[in-house]
Design a protein around this ligand. Structure first.
Ligand code: HEC
Length: 466
């Protein structure tokens, strides 16, 4: 099983409900440090000057564009957020609570701090000037403004170039998750009846019941593995089978997925994942109990290239299972490392997988990281052959339920001989323990393991070889 870094919105593994304490977080002061800022940031900075303290900040002129860009994807009727922030009535009802969550750094759920690291692209990343305007609006009593006058700020959200999916493959399910379990991990095999080489540009999931699907990952099953997948499926009664951490079949490849609020993104730089005729999909789902008990339907949506495109995204993984986290320790670390030279994901269609070993250069497009509930901080760096270090990812406050993979605003050039290094840090003190059935667990010694209550330490970068 291979997890393809950037493709996955939610990392490559489980996430279960947790309480990771209420550490405070450094928010704000990140605008100037985001390097060659996008025009969105500049627009914002100008706007901050024109709405200096005391000048009116209104819903229609300032706040709606911010909430629509940063919150409404999750906070609208039927989405994962617990209430709607769409429209003036909702926004003003929740304004103070929204500001509190934003100042606290819990919302929008974007955990990396890229102010002194690689600038990241994500619709969840809120800029300091946006937070300032929200604070001014609440302080001024949340005025409505003029619905017919134009907005005065523009929030630039990374756009997906994807329109409607090329195809939608319905799994033909009405699955009722097992309510005896708060969390259920279930895999379903789906035959998309693909009759020719297909060049995937992006893959996502559609369902009738978003509130119940905590995340879902789509794996491609090459034709020679379909028999084995069918055998696993047949062993378990009912649709699908229980599966923790992927379908458990070597040779399947994660090609896309869904997590709360994620927008389907094309793979890096016009690359594709080619899949052969006869390939099937496995949908790995994590169901979480919610108020909405409706049976769940699932469909795989694909965006495809018409042409043969032989550049495919590669993922360079780092993995460490050899760590020990003593009960009660507030800070324990474990290292991660991988050589850029070792990029060797099995190519399906690539003529030259060893290009980087021959001195060609590669571009790193994004980074991902995975720990479980006791994660505290996460770091990934690029270490050049001369020893200089470049920060690729810094997560000052880990939150298990909001981990993910992150795209850089600009790709980073990597050369043969460079390395990536990472650090997992855990907090296994009494305050940072998960809650199960309303009771906070006592700290125990922790090791690597599949269970959500064990720990993990892995990460990686996604890249293309030029
Ligand atoms: C990616 C999806 C997502 C986005 C984007 C998002 N939220 Fe949330 N929000 C949630 C979910 C899910 C919950 C409930 C679980 C939790 O608290 O983590 C939540 C809870 C909240 C809560 C109540 C709990 C708390 O943390 O105080 C507030 C307030 C809130 N969101 C405000 C916002 C605001 C304001 C924005 C935009 C600036 C925003 N959210 C963006 C998904 C999202």
């Amino acid at each position: 099983m291979v997890c393809l870094g950037l493709v996955l919105p939610a990392g490559c593994g489980d996430t279960v409900g947790s309480s990771s304490g209420t550490q405070d977080t450094a928010t704000g002061e990140s605008t100037e440090a985001t390097g060659e800022s996008s025009s969105g940031v500049e627009t914002g900075e100008t706007d901050v000057e024109t709405t200096a303290a005391g000048e009116p900040v209104t819903y229609y002129q300032h706040i709606q564009p911010i909430l629509d860009a940063r919150c409404v994807a999750c906070h609208k009727a039927g989405a994962v957020g617990p209430f709607s922030l769409e429209g003036y009535d909702n926004a003003s009802m929740w304004g103070e609570v929204a500001l509190e969550a934003v100042e606290d750094g819990t919302m929008p759920p974007f955990m990396p701090d890229d102010s002194n690291c690689q600038p990241l692209e994500d619709f969840r990343k809120m800029e300091a000037w946006e937070r300032d305007l929200l604070a001014q609006w609440v302080a001024q009593g949340e005025p409505e403004g003029d619905a017919n006058a134009p907005a005065e700020v523009e929030v630039e959200v990374p756009k997906t170039t994807l329109g409607e999916p090329t195809r939608v493959f319905d799994a033909g399910l009405e699955y009722t998750p097992n309510d005896a379990e708060e969390d259920e991990y279930r895999c379903f095999l789906l035959d998309p009846a693909i009759t020719d080489w297909t060049f995937l540009q992006a893959v996502s999931i559609d369902t009738n019941n978003w509130s119940r699907v905590h995340h879902a990952i789509v794996y491609s099953v090459p034709p020679e593995l379909v028999g084995a997948a069918q055998a696993v499926d047949a062993e378990t009664p009912g649709p699908g089978w229980d599966c923790y951490f992927g379908p458990g079949l070597d040779g399947t490849l994660a090609v896309g997925g869904y997590s709360p609020g994620a927008v389907p993104k094309p793979y890096d730089n016009g690359t594709t994942i080619p899949i052969a005729a006869g390939t099937q999909f496995i949908i790995e789902t994590h169901f979480h109990q919610t108020y909405n008990q409706d049976p769940v339907s699932l469909a795989v949506t694909t965006w495809e290239h018409d042409d043969v495109v032989t550049r495919y995204p590669q993922w360079l993984p780092m993995f460490n299972s050899n760590f020990f986290i003593p009960a009660g320790e507030p800070s324990v670390t474990a290292p991660l490392a991988a050589d850029i030279n070792s990029v060797d994901q099995e190519p399906v269609y690539d003529p030259d997988p060893n290009a980087i070993k021959q001195g060609k250069e590669g571009l790193i497009w994004g980074v991902d990281f995975h720990m479980h509930l006791r994660g505290k901080t996460a770091k990934v760096e690029l270490v050049r052959t001369d020893g200089t270090r470049e920060c690729l990812l810094w997560v000052p406050r880990w939150r298990d339920e909001w981990q993910g993979s992150y795209a850089f605003k600009q790709p980073v050039m990597a050369k043969a001989g460079d390395r990536i290094e990472g650090t997992c840090e855990w907090d296994n003190s009494p305050d940072n323990q998960p809650w199960v059935d309303g009771v906070q667990l006592d700290p125990v010694d922790l090791y690597w393991g599949f269970d959500a209550l064990d720990e993990m330490c892995n990460g990686g970068v996604s890249m293309t070889i030029d």
